[in-house]
Design a protein. Structure first.
Length: 284
C-alpha cells in the first residue's frame, strides 16, 4: 500500500511540475513527438489515466530533464527506505555527482583534474572519463561494531579482510561505494539512448571493484524508441518506464500492433519494467 501511494505521488509530482500541453492540432503532452501520431495518442492516454489535465505552459528542455531527475530520485529514496530491512545500510541519493567521488572510481579524480587543466589532454581523451550520472545511489562503509552486532565476526587484531572497501576501518578516508548509476531520459530522440549506453560501458570498463547497478528511467511513449535503449545486453541492467502499466493500457487502446508487439517483446525479454520494480531490483 505504501509503495502504491509513493508511485501515485510520483506521478502527481510529474504531472504538476513537468507535464505540459504543447500547441498543435490537436494539442499534445510534452513527452510526445509532435510529428508522430502514435506518440501523441499514447502520451495522451497515459495522462488520461492519471486523471490530470495538463496546463498549457512551456518548459525548457533542460529544466524538464532536471525536474525528472529530482522527482525520480525522491521516489527511489522513499521507496528504497521501505525496503531497508531487505538491504540494510547507510545510503545516499544524489543528482549531478561525479563517479570519481566513489570508491570504485576514486582513481579517476586525478585524471579529471588533469583533463580540466590541459586543453590538449582534454582534446585527446575527451570528456568520457568525467561521468556524472543523473542519479546515484551510494552506500557508506560499515563500522566493525555493525559487522559484530549479532556476534563477534572480526577484530582489528585478526589482520584479515583488510582490503575490502565495505569495511570502514580499512581506509583513513572511507568513500561511499557506488551502488547504482541511473540515467534519466524524459524522452528518447536521436542519439539520447546511445549516450546512455556509452556512459554505461565507461562505468563498466573504468571501475576498480564491484560494478554498480546501471539502469535507465524514461517517460518515452513509443516502445519502438524505448527499444533503442532497452534491447540487447551487456551495458544496461534494464530500462524502467515511469508508468509502465498506464503505457500498456494506452497502447492497447490505440490498437497499434507494432507498438503492442514491441512492448510485449521488451517486457517478456526482461528489458523493460515499471518504476515500482526498480527499488526491489536495487535491493538485489
Amino acid at each position: 500500500m505504501k509503495l502504491s501511494n509513493l508511485r501515485s505521488e510520483y506521478h502527481q509530482r510529474i504531472c504538476k511540475e513537468i507535464i505540459r500541453i504543447q500547441p498543435g492540432e490537436p494539442p499534445y503532452p510534452n513527452f510526445a513527438d509532435k510529428t508522430n501520431n502514435a506518440s501523441r495518442k499514447i502520451a495522451q492516454g497515459i495522462i488520461d489515466r492519471f486523471h490530470y489535465s495538463a496546463v498549457d505552459e512551456n518548459l525548457k528542455g533542460q529544466t524538464t530533464g532536471g525536474r525528472f531527475e529530482v522527482i525520480t530520485r525522491d521516489f527511489l529514496q522513499g521507496a528504497f527506505d521501505l525496503l531497508i530491512h531487505l538491504r540494510p545500510g547507510q545510503w545516499r541519493y544524489d543528482t549531478g555527482l561525479a563517479i570519481s567521488k566513489f570508491d570504485q572510481y576514486i582513481h579517476l579524480a586525478e585524471l579529471e583534474l588533469l583533463i580540466k587543466q590541459n586543453d590538449e589532454l582534454s582534446t585527446t581523451l575527451g570528456k568520457e572519463y568525467v561521468i556524472i550520472p543523473d542519479i546515484i545511489v551510494g552506500r557508506f562503509p560499515v563500522q566493525d561494531d555493525e559487522i559484530n552486532s549479532t556476534e563477534r565476526v572480526i577484530s582489528p587484531n585478526d589482520h584479515i579482510a583488510s582490503l575490502t572497501p565495505l569495511r570502514f576501518n580499512n581506509s583513513t578516508t572511507p568513500q561511499y561505494l557506488l551502488h547504482a548509476s541511473i540515467s534519466c531520459k524524459w524522452t528518447l530522440r536521436s542519439d539520447r539512448g546511445q549516450n546512455a549506453r556509452a556512459e554505461a560501458l565507461n562505468l563498466i570498463r573504468l571501475r576498480k571493484g564491484n560494478l554498480p547497478h546501471i539502469v535507465a528511467v524514461t517517460a518515452e511513449p513509443l516502445p519502438t524508441r524505448i527499444a533503442s535503449l532497452a534491447l540487447g545486453t551487456g551495458d544496461l541492467d534494464c530500462v524502467y518506464h515511469f508508468a509502465l502499466n498506464e503505457l500498456r493500457e494506452a497502447i492497447i487502446e490505440t490498437t497499434n500492433e507494432d507498438q503492442i508487439d514491441m512492448l510485449q517483446t521488451l517486457i517478456a525479454g526482461r528489458r523493460l519494467r515499471d518504476i515500482s520494480d526498480l527499488p526491489f531490483d536495487l535491493a538485489i
